[in-house]
Design a protein around this ligand. Structure first.
Ligand SMILES: [Zn+2]
Length: 297
């Protein structure tokens, strides 16, 4: 894993890129008078449906630097879910201070205070109390990302939380194996769920079968390394994305601090892979689906 670049690195890179962008625009200026710039037109906006601004990252990147990074990369929507939730609140405050409306932030309630909560949140009464207290803020559009596998999804709190989410119109964002997804959907049939990493290692045939049976399931595509085949979108994934163009979203999943330095590459990879789809479908997966799920605010 690469080390996190310093703030200076981001600043330097940003200056360099601005300079490179300016030079490119100056060189192309005569052409630009004749035709629209295809390079700019091809730059798909991105809705990042899996972003964490965790406590470790907060000590290295200010909310303003995170927002600046999003803007530089063309990320126009972000589903934010942070440990603890203060990270998400800080980002909301930074965007509110700016007063610009070019980035839509969709806050999700993460049921974790500290990293070890990930292992037993579903059986810890303190977490249930924390979730209840956080929900009183009235800002969250969903609960997650949470980790749950197999029979743990039958814990009484998971069932209660899934039913509560369905009742209140909240989404779930689950990092789960297919067994846990099925159990949650049995507790609360029809509850809307983002399946983090689309199961990560779940076979594509199984994903397809689950999508057919569960119309409320949306797949988030981070860490699906099988999407790329010789630098291009794999034919099998292409077929699945074309079959369910309204049910996939992208994510950066900045779950460890080192992942922040990879965000530009992650976004570039998504844009490269999506270029293998018809533009209308690529747009949906890049950002329109996220917008349709959560609406403009
Ligand atoms: Zn995650």
């Amino acid at each position: 894993m690469r080390a996190l670049p310093s703030r200076r690195h981001f600043a330097r890179r940003s200056r360099l890129q601005r300079w490179a962008g300016l030079t490119a625009r100056l060189c192309l200026l005569p052409l630009a008078l004749l035709a629209p710039l295809p390079a700019l037109a091809a730059e798909l906006p991105i809705f990042d449906a899996h972003m964490h601004y965790n406590v470790e990252a907060r000590s290295l990147l200010s909310p303003e630097q995170v927002v600046a990074l999003w803007r530089r990369l063309g990320i126009t929507g972000v589903l934010a879910t942070s440990r603890p939730n203060q990270g998400t609140l800080d980002l909301m405050a930074a965007l509110a201070r700016e007063g610009r409306k070019d980035i839509q932030l969709v806050p999700f309630l993460r049921p974790y205070r500290v990293q070890p909560d990930r292992d037993d949140w579903f059986s810890n009464p303190e977490i249930e109390k924390m979730v209840e207290a956080e929900l009183k803020r009235g800002i969250y559009r969903g609960i997650g990302e949470f980790h749950i596998f197999g029979r743990d999804a039958d814990a009484p709190y998971v069932a209660r939380m899934a039913r509560m989410a369905k009742q209140r119109g909240l989404w779930l964002h689950a990092h789960a194996d297919e067994d846990a997804v099925e159990r949650i959907l049995r507790h609360a049939p029809g509850v809307r769920m983002i399946w983090a990493h689309t199961g990560m290692s779940t076979s594509i045939d199984k994903v397809e079968e689950m999508f057919a049976r569960h119309p409320s399931l949306v797949g988030e595509l981070s860490y699906r390394s099988d999407m790329e085949d010789n630098g291009q979108l794999s034919p099998r994934w292409r077929a699945l994305l074309l079959k369910y163009p309204d049910r996939f979203v992208l994510g950066t999943d900045t779950w460890v601090t080192s992942r922040w330095s990879q965000v530009p590459d992650i976004i570039a990879t998504y844009r490269r892979l999506l270029a293998g789809l018809p533009p209308h479908t690529a747009e949906k997966i890049a950002w329109r689906n996220g917008l349709a799920m959560f609406g403009a605010q």
